[in-house]
Design a binder for this molecule. Structure first.
Ligand code: ARG
Length: 273
């Protein structure tokens, strides 16, 4: 038996569908996902990831189609978790299920103010080269979140203001990679945030992507064991990733894209230090 250092939380898409519109990707897709295809695609991602990490599964819930996006369950650090406090009423019913799962699995649940919206690892990403937490705000998580997380977790945060509604969560447009590389779509951020990224990441480590790749959710990637799992990416971007020492793994997720999510959204790393 191989033992992996990482454990990834996923939630089977048994009740997944587009039942409401809370981001631009969902528009026009009401009840328009192919259930069998969604299962095949989710299984494909799960099987690919299972070669590099242990898997944990959260049970799916009827009438909570977006609970498949476990990145939004919360933010995990060293056996502790801050649960998401969803902005949209449509997703608020996920919180008690997430709370139950983390409590049952031995995580310490940290208190978070009732009135501050925060969407977990969808908007908070640990850098993989320095002790830094990238935090996105502007659409889902409140502007107060970066300072609050810094205080609660004792980890320096870099606040990034998201300005393009198509990239409403930080993990749709930015992905920290091993060795301090950063895959990101610059136009999703305001000028000040772009300058902050440039100040914190040296040019040789920045992998800025074009809009066409960003729209394939290439930045919504799972960085694991030298591999980068993603819905899709141009040959050019895959070549650049290989040049930086990574192995891109394309795992198509069209059905989940209709809900505004892809590989990273469907996963949550449970081991973060
Ligand atoms: N339909 C979901 C929403 O709008 C998609 C969530 C995607 N998750 C993510 N981490 N980006 O909330």
């Amino acid at each position: 038996m191989t033992s992996f250092p990482q454990t990834i939380l996923m939630c089977p898409p048994d009740h997944f569908e587009v039942a409401y519109v809370i981001n631009p990707w969902m528009e026009g897709h009401f009840a328009n996902t192919d259930d069998a295809l969604a299962h095949r695609q989710w299984n494909g991602l799960r099987d690919a990831i299972a070669q590099h990490a242990k898997l944990a599964l959260e049970p799916p819930q009827r009438d909570l189609p977006d609970i498949v996006f476990t990145a939004n369950a919360g933010l995990v650090l060293s056996g502790k978790v801050i649960l998401s406090r969803f902005r949209s009423v449509e997703r608020r019913g996920e919180e008690p299920h997430n709370r139950a799962w983390f409590a049952e699995n031995g995580f310490k649940i940290l208190d978070w103010p009732q009135d501050v919206h925060f969407e977990g690892a969808g908007d908070a990403l640990f850098d993989r080269g320095q002790a830094l937490l990238w935090v996105g705000h502007g659409f889902r998580s409140d502007a107060a979140v970066p300072a609050l997380l810094e205080k609660m977790l004792g980890r320096k945060t870099a606040a990034l203001n998201l300005v393009d509604p198509r990239f409403y969560h930080l993990d749709t447009c930015l992905c920290p990679l091993e060795g301090g590389h950063l895959l990101y779509f610059p136009a999703a951020f305001d000028e000040k945030s772009r300058a902050l990224i440039e100040a914190l990441i040296p040019p040789a480590k920045r992998i800025a992507v074009e809009e066409a790749d960003a729209l394939k959710f290439c930045c919504n990637a799972v960085d694991l064991d030298g591999h980068v799992f993603m819905n899709d990416a141009s040959e050019n971007l895959q070549t650049r990733l290989r040049g930086a020492g990574f192995t891109p793994v394309i795992t198509p997720l069209s059905e989940f894209m209709k809900a505004g999510g892809a590989a990273k959204c469907l996963t949550l790393k449970l081991v973060e230090t």
